[in-house]
Design a protein around this ligand. Structure first.
Ligand SMILES: CC(C)(COP(=O)(O)OP(=O)(O)OC[C@H]1O[C@@H](n2cnc3c(N)ncnc32)[C@H](O)[C@@H]1OP(=O)(O)O)[C@@H](O)C(=O)NCCC(=O)NCCS
Length: 388
């Protein structure tokens, strides 16, 4: 029997009003609005509020959202103690995943209605950056920097991480990064979150599953791998031989290619510009090296496979974060800081969809290709008589 639909590509499994991707024309739309317009005119807070609701918020809604987010800028004492007890060399994504699971233990509300989940989403959006920043300071044996009540979401994270308030340009660059990563339809981590809540599990279980899915190098983990590649290559001159060697070994170039976009990923376009701006500001070479990786990979793929390949969101985010002085292994946790807005919007949509077709428990079918001894199964051989 032939196995079908490996990787579930192009299989429609649910309706969503949250975002749409046009992979042919390179468009990403959040709740009807082009992400390229949002990065010019919106903020992460407004975008997150819009994703969780149905449309752009009014001023009152936005003020309310912002003050709830600021009020949620703290983590339970027990969670902070847990963080201090973890091995200092733990992977930050593992720390984040287990800490988000632990947050469930401190949520005393048992209700699972829409309003409770909406408020839980705000709590998670506020707390995930705190967990990431606290962990970085704890593992480096630095004193914690408590959240600021006056900075915006982007500025507050950079402040908690470094102990310094970022200037307006840096805070805005990071804010744009957060907008760009906030939502991306049924990607692997979002699907993981929706799959988990389709069983009626709670939001923490779904978000921690999503963090697990995001950690893999074919998904969010790619931006960490891109930074490793940049640090490995070091100079523009070394790009060409390095890429050619990896491709000749059948290896993938991280940050290139996409399952849905078959043209330029619009997010990569914006990040490329941010990386260029930061390289100019800091005098660091990372933009030029990354651009060369993009060009050489595209040329080689054309030559060898006859196909086009374009950068994805991870290619230029790696150098952008590096120049924002963010340690490479926080690149993927930062993806989570932003994407939690999308995950929680999808969790709410999955739990409370009003229109038909209503979501139901995800249960795909597998094709069994294992051992077969006839309709009544194989004969059970007692342990002492087994020869293999
Ligand atoms: C994202 C990704 C998994 C999509 O894979 P996909 O849907 O199989 O992509 P395509 O169908 O367009 O691949 C076409 C061909 O290009 C190859 N290819 C795709 N991305 C490649 C890359 N980054 N480097 C080298 N070859 C690549 C595939 O292996 C495939 O080759 P084949 O026809 O010989 O099997 C893939 O591009 C990848 O692994 N990229 C690197 C990881 C990464 O950056 N992930 C973050 C995604 S946002």
């Amino acid at each position: 029997m032939e196995t079908k639909n490996i990787g579930l590509r192009n299989i429609e499994v649910a309706d969503t009003k949250i975002s749409a991707i046009d992979g042919i024309n390179g468009k990403l739309i959040y709740r009807g609005y082009d992400v390229l317009d949002l990065v010019k005119k919106s903020t992460f807070e407004e975008t997150a509020c819009m994703l969780l609701n149905d449309d752009l918020p009014t001023q009152d809604m936005l003020d309310d959202f912002f003050s709830n987010l600021v009020a949620a800028r703290e983590i339970p004492e027990g969670v902070e103690k847990n963080l201090r007890n973890l091995p200092k060399n733990s992977n930050p994504m593992d720390v984040l995943q287990s800490t988000v699971s632990a947050l469930a233990l401190f949520d005393t509300k048992r209700a699972d209605d829409r309003e409770t989940n909406y408020n839980r989403a705000i709590q998670l959006i506020a707390k995930i950056p705190i967990i990431v920043a606290y962990w970085d300071r704890i593992r480096n044996e630095k004193e914690l920097v408590r959240p600021s009540k006056k900075l915006n979401h982007a500025g507050n994270f950079l402040y908690m991480l470094t102990g310094n308030e970022p200037d307006d340009e840096i805070a805005r660059i990071f804010d744009i990064c957060l907008i760009l990563h906030a939502e991306h339809s049924f990607n692997a981590s979002t699907f993981a979150a929706r799959e988990v809540v389709s069983t009626r599990a709670h939001m923490y279980a779904a978000v921690s599953a999503a963090i697990g899915a995001l950690s893999g190098e074919l998904h969010g983990g790619a931006n960490y791998q891109v930074m490793q590649m940049l640090l490995n290559i070091q100079t523009e001159e070394r790009v060409e031989p390095w890429i050619k060697e990896k491709l000749s070994q059948g290896k993938k170039i991280m940050g290139m290619g996409h399952a849905v976009y078959k043209t330029f990923d619009p997010r990569a376009e914006v990040l490329r510009e941010l990386s260029r701006r930061l390289s100019e500001k800091t005098g660091e070479p990372w933009f030029k090296i990354t651009k060369k990786i993009e060009d050489v990979t595209a040329e080689e793929m054309k030559k060898v496979k006859g196909s086009d390949i374009f950068p994805n969101v991870d290619l230029y985010s790696a150098s952008t974060y590096h120049m924002l002085k963010i340690p490479p292994d926080l690149n993927t946790p930062i993806f989570a800081i932003s994407r939690v807005a999308g995950w929680t919007s999808h969790i709410i949509e999955e739990k409370f969809a009003e229109a038909a077709p209503k979501p139901m428990l995800y249960r795909p079918k597998a094709v069994y290709v294992g051992k077969y001894c006839g309709p009544s199964g194989c004969e059970y051989v007692p342990l002492e008589k087994r020869l293999h």
